[in-house]
Design a protein. Structure first.
Length: 596
């Protein structure tokens, strides 16, 4: 970059120019606000201005194009120093932790829990097992299966005892006391209990608690401290803890490193990580992509002043776009497909007491909904129930657009009828408005015409900002939480699910009081506390608490696609599937001659 920019005139500089140009074009034209070249800030958006005409645009300097809003364009938004936030790659820390847990002297000191609830049939019990694998890259590859075993007295007792993590010594004592044969005085019962627990652990039915909480802000420090606890009897663990601490220090110092030093520092970190994983028994796969050892976000630590950011007309337009987004949201098809599959499997008003067993159906619902996303009449036989009104309204809007825009003229733009948009929200079919929806918009201002450009529609419920909230001013998290409560409405009980899957962009704070996790040790609601039910009054599949029957609104504000996370939790990840919006049916089309 430096050589090309300073005009070096040699063969090497000429070879580097195309690469530099490619990155420069990405930086200046990329329509994602999450590119590598973007600093992230947050500010409270003032309420929509009251009724009345919006203020006219101020003339640009020298009589040039108007800049309609002072906060946009050339005026700096960020007042103060930006801050670099560097985090170690959670794929690497998780892979290393799983490898270290393979050693019996470490694993047996951790509390253990049963892998899932047990679905019992004819004296047999089925469980869901996670089998994540490390393939390099920026996330763990999910893998899982069902394991079945005879549901004898020992396994029945253990399933009840170990819903939450319990030390192995306690589990051994409980099993020994409950199952000891009469007259056993030589310790055979305890030995049998220990062997039984060991077999279940090796089978993946009894799993150790992760020594590093998934959302821990400093996983390497936590991992090193855990290893030091074994140091007196295992000096090699003390040495490994020292190396891991050094990895954490080198990663933290990367934030302040000058640009010229960064390539060498990344190379050094990659070398150290490769050696550490190999020493722990998880070598980097030979066919993997180059290791990503860290992530970096550049943030404005203080709130931005966004006065005048949006006018009254902008707020009105975004309200109309929201109704349009609801109409073309894939989430409606996903939800109806999930409902149809659930009713087919469990019957109207049916219950699923083991949500993990329905996970594959939810994943399949995403796939089948994606195949008919445009609701083409040719696919009518594959439409989920109660989606015909949605298809008709989409077709009506597309027809109105064609009538308004002459198809014989070559156009790059199409104008939507204003009267149709203003009343669209009132005409949305009932199933589409049964559950609340939330969206986030990536906006830019056209400097020449003053128009507001909606470059992309994202899912809401805090997802768009989630990965940055821990680094921004605390008021950002508080405001996102307030907006979530407001959007869900009075009486709703939200619960958040925060799987990481080794993906750094899935690190985010808790935005609502309740959280769902594998067990109650670290979250107030365990997966075993939940069930799925077909609510006949609303004709929706809902997640509810088994003990009270209270329905939950489960929010997943992470960035990793649900299909890249364990299918066991797919019902929770997809409780609010909205946010995949496709406006292609409205885009202008033109016929072009083709040779032949």
């Amino acid at each position: 970059m430096n050589r090309a920019a300073t005009g070096a005139d040699d063969r090497r500089a000429r070879k580097e120019e195309p690469t530099v140009l490619r990155y420069a074009l990405r930086a200046s034209t990329k329509t994602s606000p999450l590119s590598w070249f973007t600093a992230v800030g947050w500010g409270p958006l003032p309420p929509a201005p009251g009724p009345g005409p919006a203020p006219g645009p101020a003339p640009g300097p020298g009589g040039g194009p108007a800049r309609p809003v002072a906060s946009w364009g050339t005026a700096p938004l960020i007042d103060g120093t930006l801050r670099s936030v560097v985090r170690t790659n959670r794929t690497l820390t998780t892979a290393l932790t799983l490898a270290l847990l393979d050693a019996p002297h470490r694993r047996t000191t951790q509390p253990h829990r049963i892998t899932s609830t047990a679905r019992t049939t004819a004296g047999r019990a089925a469980y869901s097992r996670d089998r994540p694998s490390f393939a390099g890259g920026r996330y763990l590859v999910p893998g899982e299966d069902e394991a079945e075993a005879a549901f004898g007295a020992a396994l029945r007792l253990l399933t009840g005892l170990a819903e939450d993590p319990v030390p192995l010594t306690e589990l051994t004592a409980h099993l020994t006391a409950a199952l000891r044969p009469t007259g056993d005085h030589d310790g055979a019962g305890r030995a049998a209990a220990t062997a039984f627990l060991d077999r279940l652990a090796h089978a993946g039915l009894l799993v150790p608690q992760d020594p590093v909480p998934p959302q821990d802000p400093d996983p390497l420090q936590r991992l090193a401290a855990w290893l030091r606890s074994f140091a007196p009897d295992h000096p090699q663990d003390a040495e490994r803890a020292h190396r891991i601490t050094e990895l954490g220090s080198l990663t933290a110092r990367f934030a302040a490193a000058p640009a010229a030093e960064r390539p060498d520092r990344l190379t050094d970190l990659t070398r150290r990580w490769t050696a550490e994983l190999a020493a722990a028994g998880r070598p980097v796969p030979t066919a993997s992509a180059p290791l990503t050892v860290l992530s970096e976000d550049v943030v404005a630590p203080h709130p931005l002043a966004l006065d005048g950011f949006l006018t009254a007309a902008d707020h009105e337009a975004l309200g109309e776009v929201t109704a349009l987004a609801e109409l073309f949201d894939l989430g409606h098809l996903v939800r109806r497909t999930v409902r149809d599959r659930f009713v087919e499997r469990y019957g109207p008003g049916g219950r699923c007491t083991h949500p993990w067993e329905f996970g594959a159906d939810v994943t399949a619902a995403w796939e089948s909904a994606g195949r008919i996303a445009l609701l083409d009449p040719a696919d009518r036989d594959a439409f989920p129930s109660a989606t015909e009104p949605l298809a008709r309204l989409r077709a009506e809007l597309a027809d109105a657009l064609r009538e308004r825009n002459d198809p014989t003229e070559a156009r790059d733009e199409a104008t939507l009828p204003a009267d149709t948009l203003k009343t669209l929200g009132e005409r949305l079919p009932a199933p589409t408005v049964e559950r609340p929806l939330s969206y986030a918009y990536f906006l830019q201002r056209d400097p020449a015409r003053g128009l507001l450009a909606v470059n992309h529609v994202y899912g809401g419920w805090g997802r768009f900002a989630s990965r940055f909230l821990d680094s921004l001013d605390p008021s950002a998290t508080a405001e996102v939480s307030r907006q979530i409560r407001r959007g869900l409405g009075r009486g709703a009980r939200p619960a958040q699910i925060r799987p990481v899957g080794g993906f750094n962009a899935n690190l985010h704070p808790l935005l609502v009081p309740d959280e769902i996790g594998p067990d109650r040790h670290r979250t107030p609601i365990a997966e075993a506390d939940l069930e799925l039910v077909h609510d006949e009054a609303t004709d929706q599949v809902r997640i509810r608490l088994r003990a009270t029957g209270e329905p939950l609104d489960v929010l997943y504000p992470g960035f990793l696609a649900p299909v890249l996370l364990p299918a066991r939790i797919a019902p929770h990840l997809g409780d609010h599937p909205g946010g995949v919006v496709d406006f292609r049916p409205l885009a202008p089309r033109r016929a072009l001659p083709a040779p032949g």
